[in-house]
Design a binder for this molecule. Structure first.
Ligand SMILES: *Cc1c(COP(=O)(O)O)cnc(C)c1O
Length: 425
């Protein structure tokens, strides 16, 4: 017997899958896992517990789990060329909580970007920073180039002498100038923390910047944004002493997790293996695509930020749509046309609920094989929505374009359907 409610749920999930298959998903924090990585999610790993580090678990039953996790840690250190990895944080936010737990005490000062400049909510008073009761001080930021003002930032750092200097954004267009700040970090003796959630896949592919080579001590990340793995998190480190490494492991368990998500860890392990092969091509094409999208929108009179800088060096662009009804209206109209993105605050905004911008990411479209010429078509569809073409009409052309791009690329089972799943019942 199968109950109606369970079937109803499955139908809804199927409807969602079909919708995304027919859509142009452009949320900058999402991606598609490979079929092999997805298979790990429905394995028995999903039903098990593992507390502690591999080889030192509290429960029995972890023989294979330990082997997989040790291999995953090794691959992570290899791919990112570093000597510390902890793959147990169950999301990027949980990874951030572990860093805060390990390296900051209540009342300590951490320097970071402001929310309106693209920072993540975990840096907010009402987010993880607040939970740890740290004081945050924001970097001076240049709106014109969507990056830190180096001279002013050095002044602020010398003035407030933070315990930790944190970098990384959710509207992450350009690499922060870490190299220019390193002497100041040394002088103050602060820990340098890089939140790579959005750009991890680009870093893996040698694009954007290499924060661990640029002197960062600890890197926290999600593993499902430009890095096309499962919803999960991880910590990577270099230049850490033994005490710091221990503090981080302890902060993850028993600090902010008990068991972790073993099926996601296995899916992450598969993705790491795949990225060792495909990261370079995938990351390079992703950045080409985002710049091509920025250019094509700009040519159509849409206000993409930072035209003088080629719009972006990452997978994402930020667009000021205040002339077209604002971020909320445009994001809703785009959804009605099967183009999925989010409204976003831009530096000049004061309201998070009525922001003037939208954020667009091209990493998933790259994963299904789109290239620069498709970016021009996508820009045309978005421009039509901005110029008030009825969404229902645009939707038909969105579906038509997407029909040729439903198969997954840059992974071992290249060419398999990206938006389908197996029928179990
Ligand atoms: C998405 C994001 C996170 C948190 O990631 P989750 O995995 O959703 O918890 C942390 N930091 C930044 C900069 C992000 O963009």
């Amino acid at each position: 017997m199968i109950n109606e409610e369970a079937l109803w749920i499955r139908d809804k999930v199927r409807a969602h899958n079909k919708w995304f298959e027919e859509s142009i998903p452009m949320i900058a924090s999402e991606n598609l896992m490979s079929p092999l990585a997805k298979e790990m999610l429905i394995s028995d790993f999903a039903d098990r517990y593992a507390e502690g580090l591999p080889g030192k678990r509290y429960y029995q039953g972890n023989i294979y789990v330990d082997e997989v996790e040790l291999k995953a840690m090794e691959m992570a250190r290899e791919l990112f060329d570093c000597n510390f990895a902890d793959l147990r944080p169950i999301s990027g936010t949980v990874a951030n909580m572990a860093v805060l737990f390990a390296f900051a005490e209540p009342g300590d000062i951490i320097t970071t970007c402001a929310l309106a400049q693209g920072a993540h909510i975990s840096t907010a008073k009402f987010g993880a920073f607040g939970l740890r009761s740290v004081e945050s001080v924001n970097y001076p930021f240049n709106e014109s180039d969507m990056n830190l003002d180096v001279d002013e930032t050095i002044k602020v750092l010398k003035d407030v002498r933070p315990k930790v200097a944190q970098f990384g954004l959710s509207v992450f267009l350009f690499p922060p100038p870490l190299k220019d700040l390193m002497d100041t970090f040394d002088e103050i003796g602060c820990t340098v923390w890089y939140d790579a959630a959005h750009v991890l896949g680009l870093i893996a592919g040698g694009q954007f910047q290499d924060p661990l080579r640029e002197g960062v001590h600890i890197l926290s990340s999600s593993t499902h944004k430009t890095f096309p793995g499962p919803n999960h998190g991880m910590l990577l480190g270099d230049n850490l002493d033994e005490e710091q490494e221990k503090a981080l492991h302890r902060a993850v368990f028993p600090g902010v997790t008990s068991s972790h998500h073993l099926h996601a860890m296995a899916a992450l392990a598969v993705t790491l293996a795949e990225m060792k092969v495909y990261a370079k091509d995938y990351a390079a094409q992703t950045v080409k695509n985002s710049r091509a999208l920025g250019e094509a929108l700009y040519e159509r009179g849409i206000e993409v930020l930072c035209p003088d800088l080629g719009f972006t060096r990452s997978h994402a662009i930020a667009v000021d749509v205040s002339a077209h009804g604002g971020g909320k209206t445009v994001a809703q109209d785009l959804e009605d046309a099967n183009i999925i993105c989010n409204k976003n605050m831009l530096p000049s905004d004061t309201s998070a609920v009525k922001p003037s911008g939208i954020r667009l990411g091209v990493q998933e479209l790259t994963r299904v094989g789109m290239r620069e010429s498709e970016m021009t078509q996508v820009a045309e569809l978005i421009a039509r929505i901005c110029n008030k073409d009825p969404p229902a009409k645009v939707k038909e052309d969105v579906k038509e374009l997407k029909r040729g791009f439903t198969k997954i690329r840059y992974c071992f089972n290249e060419g398999e359907e990206a938006y389908r799943f197996h029928e179990l019942v």
